[in-house]
Design a binder for this molecule. Sequence first.
Ligand SMILES: *Cc1c(COP(=O)(O)O)cnc(C)c1O
Length: 356
Amino acid sequence: MKKHNYSAGPSILPQEVLEKAAAAILDFNNSGLSLIEISHRSKDFVAVMEEARSLALELLGLQGKGYQALFLHGGASLEFLMVPYNLMTKAGKAAYLDTGTWASGAIKEAKTFGETVVVASSKAENYTHIPKNYTVPTDADYFHCTSNNTIFGTQMTEFPDLGIPMVCDMSSDIFSRELDFSKFGLIYAGAQKNMGPAGVTLVVLKEDILGKTGRTIPNMLNLQQHIEKESMYNTPPVFATYTSLLTLQWLKNLGGIAEIEKRNNAKAELLYTEIDRNGLFKGTAVVEDRSKMNVTFLLEDESLTEKFDQSWKAADISGLNGHRSVGGYRASIYNAMPIESVQVLVDVMKELERTA
Ligand SMILES: *Cc1c(COP(=O)(O)O)cnc(C)c1O
């Protein structure tokens, strides 16, 4: 039986996506060949890349608005470096919002390029909230933020209106909720949280923000080069791209982001309601900034740890432990997680209360 998979990443994918991906490994499009043993320049794979790129823009509502979608190697972590490489001018500076471990990883890389202004940070409060009322310097080359803080369980709901490009790491909440995505100059997301297997990174960018740095950019790191080569500058991650396409098709057939957002809201409400109601548990993020993707919580009484851990494992729940830097519990309830699985966890929490 398939377990209730709460893993933070790599994480749950829709069952039908797993089945179609598995079938394509054995025989892709009735070609008598595996998806992973054909040329990436073959007609069948070029069609995969084209559809993945256009469907990503379609789902985000960005088609015909000057945006490009790329499926690249290197993970979100390589984008920490590609963003300043492609957007920070030689004498310029960049502005960053520090909301967690990943945001500070991005800041660290930017600092190797030039002046990096941290406009606000919630580090002193162990990243339990999203800073508000910060000012972004109008002369920065770009502003970088992290929409969902996977480790600390906080999520941004307000994004500033700026006269400079806004860059966002959406690795753990891309395609999970409706936003005005045209506010962003560049969005990136490692696939393995909400879109597909590890190994591919979605980069969505407005083409006119490029070409201003005065730097020589090595080809593999040059976003303009990847656009010109239609995301096939070198051999793309074929399996991860194809599987991501299957997830995007699944999402479109379901009704797109509008429909998945309703389901995600219902799942988050079910779980947070129990955390707040049940006296044995306590949420770790401030209520107004709680993430609808990664729900972080603690046991009020640590002596119940063993009993709780045994109970959720016995209920076929997997991956509930908090990040090693935080402890406690983290229930990642990404797009593919059915509400029935969330109910199983809630039932275990209620049972613990009844028997503790
Ligand atoms: C997981 C994660 C990353 C790191 O992604 P990699 O693909 O492993 O480089 C970066 N940012 C956020 C928000 C994440 O959740």
